[in-house]
Design a protein around this ligand. Sequence first.
Ligand code: SAM
Length: 328
Amino acid sequence: MVSVLQQQEHKPVLLHEVIRYLRCTPGKLFVDGTVGGGGHARAILEKTAPDGRLIGIDWDEEALVKARFNLQSYEERLVLVRENFALIGSVLARLHILAVDGILLDLGLSSFQVDEAERGFSFNLAGPLDMRMDTREKSTAAHLVNTLSEDRLAEIIWNFGEERWHRRIARNIVRARAEEPIETTDRLAEVVYRAIPAGKRPRQRHPATRTFQALRLAVNRELDHLQTFLQGALDWLKPGGRLAIISFHSLEDRSVKQTFANWARSCRCPARSPICQCEGKPLARLVNKKPVVPSESEIKANPRARSGRLRVVEKQKLHEQEEKKEVN
Ligand SMILES: C[S@@+](CC[C@H](N)C(=O)[O-])C[C@H]1O[C@@H](n2cnc3c(N)ncnc32)[C@H](O)[C@@H]1O
């Protein structure tokens, strides 16, 4: 087995854009909630030198081993924590930090997670059907595939994978597991492949792509964690602080887009409320109205960047008078 430090490097997506939009300048304090191998983190630490600080969070132990190795020259300005970013509040509380200048989430998987057969994320690599990013969790993809009802499997494959053949795939999974439990990525890929009629299989991608994506989202409860994070995220930003999120599929992006749009509205009272009770102040400002996407040249150099979408918001600055009160 290849050591985690020898695996291929993950190329950070939209790196220059993230650094520019987060306004990384000396002395600032940032959280990278998905530190991975430390690609974005390194650039943030460089731009905030000599005294800026970074808290790097990841729930994957191997990612943290990589980040610790890759970022060793910034050790004094860096804290790495194994945690779910949905629990950012308790991470900051443990470090006695009230608020930060910026937060980055770069959602999804690192290249080294996808490329390691033992992690079970790839239909191209034979391995155990695992797909857990946080290996402290009990439920693997094999557990879901071998225990959930046909209806529930179909629902997951449709909701998280938008796979039109979800019913046939779920039916085939249930039939196949009755013969023998489905324990490996290659067996599941084969079951999905056979479920889709020969003339209807997609040509541009592997027929199991959407099913694997759906199971990965379900195993790691990725949308739930993103939603929990979004509910509290503004509380951890200083006034004028920025939150940047890179998402890789439409379900995540929709969640981010809707939450940001809601923060930016001047009135957030329920539609039927007779009078405005929120005092008509937006909680945040949209820094970019449309998502920033990778350039042609970035996609050429790093095809995995192709579906990346960056959205950024800035927490509302305090009113001038409130600001004065704060200082006094
Ligand atoms: C796309 S990678 C980040 C790559 C990193 N920005 C870089 O440039 O090296 C996403 C990382 O987020 C982590 N991750 C995903 N969901 C998470 C969650 N809810 N809490 C903590 N880490 C998470 C994954 O384990 C993975 O290491």
